[in-house]
Design a protein around this ligand. Structure first.
Ligand code: BG6
Length: 297
């Protein structure tokens, strides 16, 4: 059996390799483990709560309909940081393809967290498709606006926590020359650094990055992670470093910042305004594809 379902989670195993699997918590439809040939690819805090009492600290939490804490929109600003998708229990819709094994989860207003739909009363239909390749993991999202008269305004982001060996000798490449919003400095500027290196808290939104720029996490000249995007214009790169980790109760161990970097493909530097009856689609594909040198502006 390549799919195991319990009340709380779904485990999908690759038919050609029992050591390649993905585990998804129904709460948040959060992928919290992805093993490629036995090797875990995602970082998960040892203090992460998997009981549905708070969003998972690690894996791939889903951010919708707002990234961060909005302060401008009268409705979206009522929602907590990163919205309601990661705090809602999604419905497991079953398998849609045998190989690569593919499954879907759904969320809409009627089953989403009622505390939050009270604050943001929009109608929406989300379908998350998870495809487990022998050497990749694709997570794709469809957002449908079921209204016949009003627009749906939202952000989307895959908050992907990648597992790494050591942040101090890890680089993130192919984001040079982008307009960035640095959330630590609270400044917007063009980042001319040829690669991203980490010496402290890093919380930066790289804006309007062409999909054909493949973002790579590189260590000792080898790609540790390769992140491809479909219709996701922005990339957030986040590492909380020492002080910020201390302030997060569920971030464990406190030295865990050394072993993770978030590369978060999303549409967050502006809002998507989806017309009535329309569907918006996007995806991220994680792999270890060979290093690809790209022109630096
Ligand atoms: C990142 C944000 O996407 O998520 C950071 O850019 C934020 O500012 C981080 O601290 C974690 O957010 P949370 O709500 O999961 O603690």
């Amino acid at each position: 059996m390549s799919i195991q379902e319990t009340d709380a989670k779904v485990i999908l195993t690759h038919p050609d390799n029992q050591n390649t699997s993905v585990t998804i918590l129904k709460y948040g439809a959060t992928v919290y483990s992805w093993k490629m040939d036995g090797e875990e690819q995602l970082w998960l805090s040892t203090g992460a709560l998997l009981d549905g009492s708070k969003p998972v600290r690690g894996g791939i939490p889903l951010v919708f309909p707002v990234f961060g804490k909005d302060e401008t929109d009268p409705q979206l600003s009522k929602l907590p940081q990163h919205g309601l998708a990661r705090n809602s229990t999604w419905e497991f819709l079953g398998q849609t393809k045998a190989n690569p094994p593919t499954i879907q989860f759904g969320l809409n207003k009627s089953i989403a967290n009622p505390e939050m739909t009270k604050l943001w009363p929009e109608e929406f239909n989300l379908i998350l498709t998870i495809e487990l390749g022998a050497e990749f993991l694709k997570t794709a999202i469809e957002v449908e606006n079921p209204s016949s008269f009003s627009f749906l305004k939202f952000n989307w982001l895959f908050h992907t926590y990648l597992k790494i060996a050591d942040i101090e000798d890890t680089m993130v490449s192919n984001l040079a020359g982008m307009k960035v919003h640095d959330k630590v400095l609270k400044e917007t500027f063009i980042d001319k650094h040829p690669v991203i290196q980490f010496q402290g808290e890093h919380d930066v939104v790289y804006e309007k990055v062409d999909d054909d720029r493949v973002v790579q996490v590189v260590r000792h000249g080898k790609p540790v992670h390769t992140v491809k995007r479909e219709n996701l214009q922005d990339v957030v790169v986040w590492n909380p470093w020492i002080e910020k980790s201390k302030g997060m109760g569920d971030f464990q161990p406190k030295s865990g910042y050394k072993e993770m970097v978030c590369v978060e493909p999303g549409h967050v530097s502006d809002f998507i305004d989806l017309a009535p009856g329309k569907v918006w689609k996007a995806a991220q594909i994680l792999s270890k594809d060979a290093l690809k040198y790209q022109a630096i502006q």
